[in-house]
Design a protein around this ligand. Structure first.
Ligand code: NAD
Length: 264
């Protein structure tokens, strides 16, 4: 068999269903021969994630709540029992109370701020701490971020602040782990209709706005994030670390509404 990811083993975190960005990434990796393990949040998701993993030739699925240190330790202990080496990790996890993904950022509560930062930001560092120990031949770690980290986007609020911190942590992790040949990058994905995205106020309007105003005059899909993830997780990007790579149909370069965009 041949393939860019042949002989490589990796953990995918954040698969919820076949609309998840993690699914687009997992499909692209499996198509190139990667061997995959999946973690899922809570027993309720097991019946969804199990069959999806099977579709890609994997029976390796492990429960993990990234907000719980013991659960994270258990995940990596299970991984180490079966695999003596890890080549890559995908962190496709974010969470905030959706009542605060609308209205004003200034009204964010202390409790939801702390929880959003913990689940959406710290978890990537907590994963890096554990994954590092299994990456004996170097490796690649990838997280997912959004333009709301850089500019104010409607309703993104505390998640924008969290993504800014996540992007900064990508740079610090890249420096710490680079000496061991471990690369750390992020994909800043354009708007894609997923379970997590549906919690954001006026998401349909934001999707339309991106479609009318991005240079490619459309939005991106999960498979396009998957293809760019394949680049960042494979040897093709061997010289790239600490990077936030936009897969957003170019939306982030635009300075104003397109002249041909309809009023919506
Ligand atoms: P999704 O709902 O399919 O995935 C989110 C995942 O986070 C789910 O699998 C959920 O189980 C997991 N999760 C939440 N809390 C968790 C916890 N405590 N422990 C373990 N897992 C937990 O939605 P998605 O859009 O595929 O989101 C994946 C990533 O992509 C997120 O970081 C999101 O912010 C980012 N992103 C999404 C978009 C978009 O438009 N959909 C754009 C840019 C970035």
């Amino acid at each position: 068999a041949s393939g860019l990811m042949q002989g490589k083993r990796g953990l995918i975190m954040g698969l919820a269903n076949d609309k998840s960005i993690a699914w687009g990434i997992a499909q692209a990796l499996a198509a190139e021969g990667a061997e995959l393990a999946f973690s899922y949040q809570g027993e309720a998701l097991k019946k969804r994630v199990g069959p999806l993993a099977n579709e890609l030739g994997s029976d390796f699925i492990v429960e993990c709540d990234v907000g719980d240190e013991a659960s994270m330790d258990a995940l990596f202990a299970t991984l180490a029992e079966r695999w003596d080496n890890l080549d890559f990790v995908v962190h496709a996890i974010g969470f905030s109370d959706k009542s605060e993904l609308r209205g004003r950022y200034v009204d964010t509560s202390r409790a939801n701020f702390a929880m959003s930062m913990d689940i959406s930001v710290y978890s990537f560092t907590a994963i890096a701490q554990r994954a590092e120990k299994m990456m004996n031949n170097g490796g690649s770690m990838l997280t997912l971020t959004y333009y709301g980290a850089e500019k104010v986007m409607p309703h993104y609020n505390v998640m924008g602040v969290a993504k800014a911190a996540l992007e900064a942590s990508v740079r610090y992790l890249a420096e710490d782990l680079g000496k061991d040949g471990i690369r750390v990058n992020a994909i800043s994905a354009g708007t894609i209709k997923t379970l997590a995205a549906s919690g954001i106020g006026d998401f349909r309007y934001i999707m339309k706005w991106n479609q009318y105003n991005s240079p490619l005059r459309r939005t991106v899909d999960q498979s396009e994030v998957g293809k760019s993830a394949l680049y960042l997780l494979s040897d093709l990007s061997s010289g790239v670390t600490g990077e936030v790579h936009h897969v957003d149909a170019g939306y982030h370069v635009v300075g104003m509404k397109a002249v041909d965009a309809p009023d919506i």
